[in-house]
Ligand binder design. Structure first.
Ligand code: FES
Length: 241
């Protein structure tokens, strides 16, 4: 297959928006063909949106390049099936999954050579900056509902990122945003039923796939009720030993 576009799939659980922007800019600038960069975790638009955009812009043979050194084995194995699922809706497109680059000797050599060539720019660490217990990170904030929003790779593939933004807006509209402690989590395991939001102390795990579901969920939370048809799992506290 001769690619006419590339989708770079970044897998990195913890990365700041600034670093991600820099990585995206670098990859897009270095790419010889039209490209998109999508992240497998977090709150941005997911890979399916990026593939749709490339097709919309005229791509017909897309190379998917995993970016992450090394890229997760289990995620890499799952990715083929997920991309095949997208391909069913786009049968005229050729799609290929490139190899993880972590094993490439050229990549190792480039990292090692650059480390030494840029040693002058390295920041020297001194004992003056020794600090592990900043008081700003001491106490939990006040909250009534703890919302665990899955930002794992398989929920993100199902556009969990946009659901998180919609959720924030809906909680604000219902006037309960300040009562909620929202935490983005890694994979919670029932990925096939994502995007997932687990709520405590109620113990209800929700599948929220569209804005209308999120709005119903937020309204129910505000009135201390729940939406049974959106719940995929319930933790019964009396069963916890
Ligand atoms: S990625 Fe969300 S449950 Fe696995």
């Amino acid at each position: 297959m001769q690619p006419d576009a590339i989708l770079y799939l970044v897998s990195q659980a913890y990365v700041s928006a600034k670093r991600l922007r820099a990585l995206k800019a670098g990859l897009l600038q270095a790419s010889a063909v039209p490209a998109r960069v999508a992240r497998m975790e977090g709150a941005e638009a997911g890979p399916m949106t990026a593939l749709d955009e490339l097709v919309h812009d005229g791509a017909s043979a897309i190379l998917v390049q995993p970016v992450g050194l090394p890229f997760s084995d289990s995620l890499g194995a799952w990715l083929g099936g997920a991309l095949g699922h997208w391909l069913r809706k786009n049968p005229a497109i050729q799609l290929a999954l490139a190899q993880d680059q972590a094993d490439a000797a050229e990549v190792h050599a480039a990292v090692a050579a650059r480390a030494l060539s840029k040693a002058d720019a390295a920041r020297l660490i001194t004992t003056d900056e020794a600090e592990l217990n900043n008081p700003g990170w001491q106490d939990p904030p006040p909250f009534r509902h703890h919302l665990l929003v899955c930002s794992g790779p398989r929920c993100s593939y199902r556009e969990a990122g946009s659901i998180k933004d919609v959720l924030t807006d809906a909680l604000r509209r219902e006037g309960i945003y300040d009562n909620c402690l929202i935490a983005l989590t890694g994979c919670l395991f029932p990925c096939n039923q994502g995007p997932l939001v687990a709520v405590y102390p109620s113990g209800h795990w929700y599948r929220l796939t569209k804005p209308a579901d999120v709005a119903r969920f937020a309204a129910a939370l505000a009135s201390n009720t729940f939406v049974p048809e959106l719940i995929i799992h319930e933790v019964k506290h009396h069963e916890i030993v």
